[in-house]
Each structure stands twice: as C-alpha cells, then as structure tokens.
Write a protein that binds this ligand. Sequence first.
Ligand SMILES: Nc1ncnc2c1ncn2[C@@H]1O[C@H](COP(=O)(O)OP(=O)(O)OP(=O)(O)O)[C@@H](O)[C@H]1O
Length: 591
Amino acid sequence: MILDTLSDQQKHAVVKDGNVLLTACPGSGKTRVIIHKLAYALKNIDADSKQRIVALTFTVRASEEIYRRLNAMGINSKRVWSGTLHSFCLEWIIKPYSCYLPELENGFLIADETYVSDIISELKEKHKLKPIDPINFRFNRDGTFAEPKTVQKRVLKEFHERLQAEKLIDFELLLYYSYKLLTQHPKIKKTLSNIFSLICVDEYQDTQDLLYAIISSIITTGEGSSNLFLVGDTDQAIYASRGGVAKSLEEIQDELNTLPIEQLTLTGNYRSTQRIIDFYSIFQTNPITIEAIGANKDANSIITYNNTVDKGHLVEEIALLIEHSLDNGIPEDEICVLVPQWWLITTITKQLRAKLPDVNFDASGLAPMSKNRNNIWYKLSRLFLTLPKPKIYSLRYKWCTEVIENFKEHTNTDFKEEYQTERSVLRLINSITSNETEGMDYLNDCFDQFLDAVGIDQTIYEQLLINRKTFFDVIKSRLEDPTFQVPSDIESFMSFYREMSGVVINTCVGVKGEEFETVIAYGLLKGYVPHWNDIFNEDPVTASKKLLYVICSRAKTNLHLISETGRQTKAGNPLEITPELQGLEFEFDEI
Ligand SMILES: Nc1ncnc2c1ncn2[C@@H]1O[C@H](COP(=O)(O)OP(=O)(O)OP(=O)(O)O)[C@@H](O)[C@H]1O
C-alpha cells in the first residue's frame, strides 16, 4: 500500500536492506523515496520501543516538510527524528553527553548566528580583512582549522577565544565536539547505534566531511544493526566553497570500513518538461541524458532570459512575469522568485507587495525571530505564533516535545503534574492569549503566563534568563535594523509562522529540493552566481554551473532568468553577467 505510488526503481530503493547510496538526477523522486523509506522502516519498529529512524536534511524547511508529508500519509511519525545535522548533533550527542567533554562540562550556550557574524565583522576589520574576504570556519577531524590562510586563522583563533570566554559554541564547534565525543567515548556510539536502526541523509553532496565522520562512526559501531541511506546528486553540489564534499562511493565505502554499501540510481525526471531539462542540461558538469517522464513532459514550456532590464525596473519586470503565470492559471504557491542573496528578500518582497497588492507572498525565510533555532524561547515562540491546525499537528507536537525536554534540561525539574504530556502542554499553550499588540510584548506576556502555569520560576535558572534575553535582543535589533524593516506588530510576527501560501520568495539554498511551475531567478551576475567566495576560491566555472543547474531544475514548466544591469560592487565597478550565461546558443522565448 505504502509503495503503490512508486516506480519499480523507487520501490527497490525503499525496500533494499543494508547501506545504500542513492544518486539520481533532479526531479527523479529522491525525496519521495526518502519519505517512503521512512514510512516503510517504521513498520518494523515497535511503537513502544526506544528505537528511532532519522532523516537528516539540509534545511529546517525540508525536515518540516518530511513531518508534513508523513502526516499527510496518515503515518504516526513519533519514532522519526528529522532535522539538520546540527540539530541532530545537539539533540543526540552534545546535550546528553556534554559532561564528558572538559570544554563543555561547565555549561554552554549555542551562539546566536547574528551575534557570531557581528564578532566576525569586528575581527575582520581589526585584522584588515575586507567584509567579503571568505573564512572557512570548518574544523578538520583532528581539531585543526580547515582554513589555510594565516590572517584568517588569526581571526578564527581570536573568535574562538571570545566564544570560550563567553561559554558559547558555534555550529562548527558543535560538529567537532560531537565527533570528539563519539571517538573518545565508544559507549556513546554504541548507544546511538542501538537507538537508530536507519539514518537517511538527504542532499548528501552538500554535507561536510565531519558529517560523514559522525554518521559513519555510528553506523560502523552497529555492525549492521543500523543502516545508512545516503541520497543526493553530485551535479547539485553547491556548497563546495563552504566545505561541502560530495564523496564518491569508494570514499564512502572507506568510511564504513568492512560494511558493504550498494549504489542505486533512479532514471527519468518526473518534474520538468523536456524543454526545461534540455535547457538546464547545458550546465551539467557530468554529462548525462535526462528524460522527462512526468505527466507534463511535453507540455508547453516558456524559457526567457533578460539581460537588458535595469535594476531600477527589475521589480516591474518580475511583477509582469508573476502576472503572466497567474494569468495562465498557475497558482500563487507554484511560482517562486529566487533572490541571489538572502538579505535581498525583504526589499524585493516589500516592493512586490506594493506592486501587486492582490497577490499573496510567502517570504517565510525572513522572520524577525533569532536565527538561533536552538534557543528554548524560540522553540516556545513557534507554538505561540502558530495556530493549532490539523495539518501541522505532528509538527507542533514535535516542537512541544522539544520544549518539554529543553525545560527539563534547563531546570532539572518537571512541569506541574497536569502538564506532563505533550497534549496537555499544547492545550495549555492554545488556551493562553494576550491583549498585547506588539509582537515582543505579546510573546513576553505569553511566556510569563506559560511559566506561571507550568510552575517554573525562571529567575533561579541563569541560562533560561540569558537565553530569553538573547532571543529578544535579536528580535529587537532586527526590528531596529533599516535593512530588515520587519514590522513589529503581533499579526506580522504570526504571519511569518502561519502556514503561508503565496508566491515564494527565497534563496536557491532555501528552496533546495523543492519545485515550482514557474521559477523566476534574478541577480544572475558575477559575484552572486558564482558567489565571490567561489571566485576567490578555485573553480568558479563549476560553482556557477552547479548553481544554475540547481536553480533551473526547480522549474516544472516555466523559467525566467534575469541578469539585470546597473548593479555595482562596493568599489563602484559594474557587476558583469554570469559568464556561463553569456553567448548561450539557446532559442529563448519572448513574452
Ligand atoms: N513514481 C512517481 N510517480 C509520479 N510522480 C513522481 C514519482 N516519483 C516522484 N514523482 C514526482 O516528481 C517530482 C520530483 O520528485 P522529488 O522532489 O522527490 O525529486 P528529487 O529527486 O528529490 O529532486 P531534486 O534532486 O531536484 O530535489 C515530485 O513532484 C514528485 O511527486
């Protein structure tokens, strides 16, 4: 029954025992296979056991989508743990075992990303680096910096001294400490391999070396009791300059020692028309023929390229393209505008909203909340800012589990007797309201009412207070930051969390793995695509080809590419068109 909607190749991948590396072209159903693999594996897990199956995703949005899809299939996802590698390490390794590591035994907080980028800007200035000079924050397996340059290393050293003095850890330290704990304490590996019977990794081609190290150390310890299911597409590897490594089958085999791993593949593309596929195949770095096999394979497809529109008329141009799709019956949430850099999301959303007042937009990537998703107050805020709709029930249930567990870790006590279960806590949260109209006041009020009801006096738990301050400090600084221009009222706060629908505005990384009828991508200029980091590092040609490949392969039917004129570098030089788009021999459409 679960497998009814799958092709034979997909079914084979789902039911295959043992370790599997599944590689396939865009739109071939890799994500669909992961969802079904989880559903299928759940059949073998006793609902009352402690066993879990894991799905590691590249973005939080993707992990939430997994819960949503399982929910939609009517599957109880209580035994599924899905999240990013960082939350996996925090949840399953760092939090339960930090007492074994001298660096963490006296307590720690996860540094807020905004706070980290402020420190880095300050240190770059001190060491006379330009803001755009890239720094590799990754650690090697032996704890040395992956960054080779001397000045950058000096910045890193001072950065880590600052973190240490403030008992903070960033995402890179989190991974390195996790790996260290696993290698120094085999008991931890053993426990985790007993818990996880299956670990699925989506988009493996963009994960870093430490992921392979961490996951394979758990898998090998299981000696066959836990299986690895790696899924990805090396042509879609767009994180190389930020430490992503698309390991080969042989390299992955080396990680697994003597445990066998089999490579499987999927052929055919269910997503896009043949015309779209033929276009983006131009950017392949490993030439393969991709055949459209979806219901829309021969549908009329429009591909346009505009390299003459001036930056001043860009919004008008994008608005026309959106209207063109809407006029052709394409629903709003099947249209996506891809921005070249995340900080451009606010401006373009505001401008498009003003230009198209009757159109809804989903710019959920731009919440006023702290990006520090591990902050306990952030987790609680999600429950206060979302409505208890059936569609997101399992997601809210999972958030609630995290809230209960996190409070227990912070306070070492349980909530009052009547609030010991997720259902009762959710009921409490759903019943709390506030008359405050400003987002921050509203949340503060709800938090206080919540603490009061569950019987926690926050003043006696230092970390709770520090976390609460960090959470609100970041919101405050975002509200005051003219580049963000985030509205401060509670309605706007809620709109960021509401099951938002409308034209999606996001970055290419933010919509990794997703698909839309129409994709409109602008800013296809050297410096954005390829990014400066890739230009300064090696091989900008491959980097920009892969980015273009990922951007264009999100489209099912229509693709509109724009390299606007009039953009400049900080030094005042014009940004050139992405070289891979210059002189393309392709018959673009006009609309
Ligand atoms: N067996 C199938 N029958 C019909 N449609 C399918 C089948 N498998 C996948 N699809 C559809 O094809 C589209 C692409 O699937 P999916 O997102 O899983 O691809 P993917 O390989 O993960 O793509 P990417 O690598 O680009 O993220 C989705 O709309 C999915 O529902």
